[in-house]
Design a protein around this ligand. Structure first.
Ligand SMILES: Cc1cc2nc3c(=O)[nH]c(=O)nc-3n(C[C@H](O)[C@H](O)[C@H](O)COP(=O)(O)OP(=O)(O)OC[C@H]3O[C@@H](n4cnc5c(N)ncnc54)[C@H](O)[C@@H]3O)c2cc1C
Length: 486
């Protein structure tokens, strides 16, 4: 199989990074190839997410033997827990069915023309690598059809613009992956009969791709974490394989043809992301961690053998949901779509079902110093700038958070606890955005944050004991560090 850069972008996410021999830079970290290989295969794919699985299937169907190494004990990465909204256009069969005229050139233009502003207000052209976007545009339609041919069922309705960040705005493109009969990761059970063909879920993308990969004979090595990449010389010659760690055992996998890095990104690596935005200290979470890694291991391993990185600007684009105001509070992640029921295989990671904010006007956000810092209803990057600003603590110059969501419940949820506010009450500014009838007497901010960690449904009551300690649905107390509102 001949591997070139564009081939490796075909049918995969634009976040795919491929290593070809010949990069010039050098680092001190690179290593000599080992003398012992524990596995030998044509193509090693690192990561089993949205990028890795299509790459593995394509390579296998082209006649190569393929191993996917996955750090986690499960397949699917972030993609499996994603919303499953799929902005692929360029003239797909579904666009044609609904008489939507689209083309690869129009996709390319939407994502590179300076005058085109996305529905989220962001002009993509500034940060997009035009070579990658050209490859994406040219293969958009083929990718969509590839997914259908490999078992992904899309909700049977016209394309729309919902759920995507960079979808282009000339024509409607976004399609939605239906869960069908796969068990939902949020509940551990199949969707309801009504939802199985109508809701959008990353499960509906990754479960069929997982099944397709296994069917064509892709081999998985789960709980195998890539720890390094080998070239013939530390930073020269062909890429020849990878080092992995399997629960403490070090193994080497030889790749006769290619190593494909599909490790999902870097936003979970504090030091790495602080290269781009120094405010992103350890308090701020990566959505889904530790279910899927985004620890920059792919980027670092690539740089160690001489690769350069382009287009890593996501943390600094200041638009969309690169940094997110947590709409879902009282559990580990802030996404309203990351709500996990106790039956979910991920519940032990999410820690609690949490509460979804119905209206930002019903919430007061205070920072770690107990100060209300901005208009809660503002979703702009002014909010994030205020949220991550210096709290005034001379002992903590960096790091503004966590930000505690003090009060405010979805309609119908009651909260009866009497809370006593001590030294921080002078910092709470009441404004039209807060409710004058609220009685806020807080023992301390941390305790209030704990109170948010509950299982509650609209119409129910917050679950806590007489000391205000939060419980999980199994009646176990939830530890403070697991239950912040951030
Ligand atoms: C809540 C949520 C909702 C989203 N909704 C949408 C949506 O609706 N539409 C959309 O287009 N995008 C959505 N996204 C974004 C989308 O999920 C990601 O862009 C996509 O999954 C990226 O694919 P990937 O293959 O690069 O990474 P991932 O899908 O995360 O896969 C990377 C895999 O690599 C593994 N890995 C990492 N490091 C190593 C290592 N060293 N060794 C071995 N394995 C490793 C990880 O464990 C993971 O399984 C959403 C994301 C989230 C978190």
């Amino acid at each position: 199989m001949t591997v070139n850069r564009r081939d490796l972008l075909v049918r995969g996410s634009a976040t795919a990074a491929a290593l070809a021999a010949g990069s010039a830079a050098t680092t001190a970290q690179a290593q000599q190839p080992p003398t012992q290989w524990h596995h030998t295969v044509d193509v090693v794919v690192i990561g089993s997410g949205a990028c890795g699985l299509p790459a593995a299937i394509v390579a296998k169907e082209a006649g190569s033997s393929v191993i996917v190494v996955e750090a986690q004990p499960h397949v699917g990465g972030h993609a499996r827990v994603s919303g499953g909204n799929m902005p692929l256009g360029g003239g797909t069969s579904v666009q044609k069915r609904y008489n939507i005229a689209d083309s690869a050139d129009l996709v390319f233009q939407d994502l590179t023309d300076w005058s085109v502003v996305q529905p989220n207000g962001f002009p993509d052209y500034r940060y997009n690598d035009r070579e990658i976007i050209r490859a994406f545009a040219d293969n958009c339609t083929a990718t969509f059809e590839f997914l259908r041919e490999h078992g992904v069922v899309f909700v049977d309705k016209p394309p729309d613009r919902q759920g995507g960040s960079s979808v282009g705005n000339s024509v409607l493109r976004t399609m939605h992956c239906a869960p069908m009969d796969w068990p939902l990761i949020q509940t551990g059970a199949p969707a309801t009969p009504n939802q199985r063909t109508t809701m959008s879920t990353g499960n509906g993308l990754m479960q069929p791709l997982d099944a397709a990969a296994r069917k064509v004979g892709v081999e998985y090595l789960l709980e195998h974490r890539m720890t390094g990449i080998y070239r013939e010389e530390p930073t020269a010659g062909r890429v020849v394989g990878v080092a992995v760690d399997h629960n403490g055992t070090k193994l080497n996998i030889r790749a006769r043809k290619a190593v494909i890095i599909a490790t999902g990104g870097s936003s979970g690596n504090v030091n790495f992301r602080r290269m781009f935005d120094p405010r992103l200290t350890e308090e701020y979470q990566q959505a889904c961690a530790p279910y899927a890694d985004q620890d920059a291991s792919g980027e670092l391993a690539a740089m160690d053998v001489g690769a350069s990185l382009w287009a890593t600007a996501i943390q600094t684009t200041e638009t969309g949901s690169a940094i997110t105001k947590t709409r879902h509070i009282g559990c580990r992640w802030g996404y309203a779509t990351l709500v996990y029921q106790p039956e979910s295989p991920m519940f032990h990671l999410a820690k609690a079902t949490g509460l979804t904010v119905a209206d930002w006007q019903d919430v007061i956000f205070v920072n770690q110093a107990g100060r209300r810092f901005w208009n809660e209803a503002d979703g702009s990057y002014k909010f994030f700038a205020a949220a991550m600003a210096y709290s005034g603590d001379p002992g903590k110059l960096n790091g503004g958070g966590p930000i505690w969501a003090m009060k405010g419940w979805p309609a119908g949820v009651t909260f009866d606890q009497t809370i006593t506010l001590n030294t921080v009450d002078e910092h709470i500014e009441f404004s039209p955005f807060t409710r004058p009838d609220w009685r806020i007497e807080v023992q301390d901010v941390v305790e209030v944050a704990n109170c948010v960690v509950v299982r509650a449904h609209a119409g129910g009551t917050v679950t806590q004991d007489e000391q205000g300690r939060p419980w999980n649905p199994h009646g176990e107390e939830i530890a403070a560090e697991d239950g912040t509102g951030q």
